[in-house]
Design a binder for this molecule. Structure first.
Ligand code: IYR
Length: 328
C-alpha cells in the first residue's frame, strides 16, 4: 500500500484532498496528532483514531497523542487531579494496543496550555470568534441544555493546540470536524496556518445500529472487557444480513455495526480473517479483504452468527494486550 492509500484508507473525510496529497508525497518526518480527553479505559472510539495513527506511522509519519487533561476538565469530566491520574493510565494502554512506542510522543495538555504565550494567543482567538460559532463547533462533543463558558473556550484551545504542537495533520472522529473547520477559519487571524485534518467515520451503536457508538450511552467495547463480555456484546449486536439495513419505523437510518467493526477495526489490523464454521455448514472461510466478507454476508454465504463469532475472536485479540496491561 502506498503512503496516500495508507493515510486515507477508511477516512470519512480529508480537508483538503490537495493538502493530504502534498503530505503523502513526502510523509517522512511529518507529524500527526489526535487529542483524547482522558477517560481511563480505552474504548472502541479511541481505537478507531489509534488505527489511523498506526497507518500514519507505517506511512512514515511521527505521531503525537495529546492527553487533553485541560479539555476534559473544561468538559466537566472530574477534578483536575483525577483527570491527570487517568491520563497516566491511558498512555500504557495505547502502547499495548499497538502504537509504535519509539515514535509516539505523549503530551499532557497542561504541559503547554497554561503557558503565557498560549494563554495570550487563546485570548486573541476569543476576540475573533462569536459565541454562536464556538457553540456550533461543540455541538457534537458536549451535550446538555445550558452552555457554559468553558464550552466556548474548549474549541479555541483545540484549534490552538495544532500550531503549539507543531503538527502537520490533525486527526479526529467526524464529531471533531466542526472544531477543525473553526481552526481553519480562525488560526490565520493570529498568523498561523490553517490546519489539514482527516476524520474517521462514526460507528453506530452495537446493539441497535442507530446513532453513534459511545461509552456514555448504549453498548461499546472497551479494554476492560473480558473475552466473555466481548462475546456476549457481539452476540447481541444488531447484524441484519445486509450492508444497508432498513430505517427504523420512526425513519432513523441504521447501519450494520458488525460490518463496520470488521471494516474499521479488524481488517486494518489483520491481513487475513478466518471465520470458523463446522464442516456441515460449509467449513471455515478466509478473507483477506473487507469487501469479500461484506459480499458474502449480503449474498447469504456468510451467516450473521458466524460473522459474529469471528468478530468476537478478533476483537479479543486486539484488546487482550491492553486488558493484561490494565490488570497489572
Ligand atoms: N475534542 C476531543 C479531545 C481533544 C482533541 C484534540 I485533536 C485536542 O487538541 C484537544 C482535545 C474529544 O472530544 O475527545
Amino acid at each position: 500500500m502506498d503512503a496516500h492509500e495508507l493515510i486515507t484508507r477508511n477516512a470519512a473525510e480529508v480537508v483538503t484532498e490537495e493538502e493530504i496529497e502534498a503530505l503523502a508525497d513526502d510523509p517522512d518526518g511529518k507529524r500527526a496528532y489526535v487529542g483524547y480527553e482522558p477517560s481511563g479505559v480505552l474504548h472502541i472510539g479511541h481505537m478507531l483514531t489509534a488505527n489511523k495513527l498506526i497507518d500514519l506511522q507505517e506511512a512514515g509519519f511521527e505521531v503525537t497523542v495529546l492527553l487533553a487533561d485541560v479539555h476534559a476538565y473544561l468538559n466537566d469530566k472530574g477534578s483536575f487531579e483525577e483527570i491527570r491520574h487517568t491520563a497516566e493510565r491511558m498512555r500504557d494502554q495505547f502502547i499495548a494496543y499497538g502504537l509504535d512506542e519509539s515514535n509516539t510522543q505523549f503530551v499532557l495538555g497542561s504541559d503547554f496550555q497554561l503557558d503565557d504565550d498560549y494563554t495570550l494567543d487563546l485570548h486573541a482567538l476569543e476576540l475573533e470568534t462569536t459565541l454562536a460559532r464556538a457553540e456550533r463547533a461543540m455541538a457534537e462533543i458536549t451535550s446538555g441544555d445550558s452552555v457554559k463558558v468553558s464550552q466556548a473556550v474548549y474549541p479555541l484551545m483545540q484549534a490552538l493546540d495544532i500550531p503549539y504542537l507543531g503538527v502537520d495533520l490533525a486527526i479526529g472522529g467526524m464529531e471533531q470536524r466542526k472544531v477543525h473547520m473553526l481552526a481553519r477559519d480562525v488560526l490565520p487571524s493570529i498568523d498561523r496556518e490553517p490546519p489539514t485534518s482527516l476524520h474517521t467515520p462514526l460507528i453506530a451503536d452495537l446493539a441497535t445500529g442507530r446513532g453513534k457508538m459511545s461509552s456514555s450511552t448504549g453498548v461499546t467495547i472497551s479494554m476492560e472487557d473480558s473475552r466473555s463480555d466481548i462475546e456476549s456484546k457481539v452476540n447481541d449486536a444488531y447484524c441484519p444480513p445486509t450492508v444497508d439495513p432498513e430505517p427504523t419505523d420512526d425513519g432513523e437510518s441504521r447501519e450494520n455495526p458488525v460490518l463496520q467493526v470488521f471494516e474499521y477495526h479488524v481488517f486494518p489490523r489483520f491481513d487475513t480473517v478466518r471465520v470458523e464454521r463446522p464442516e456441515e455448514y460449509g467449513g471455515d472461510l478466509e478473507y483477506d479483504a473487507y469487501d469479500a466478507l461484506e459480499a458474502d454476508l449480503e449474498s447469504g454465504d456468510l451467516h450473521p452468527a458466524d460473522a459474529k463469532g469471528a468478530l468476537a475472536e478478533y476483537l479479543d485479540r486486539l484488546i487482550a494486550p491492553g486488558r493484561e496491561q490494565l490488570a497489572e
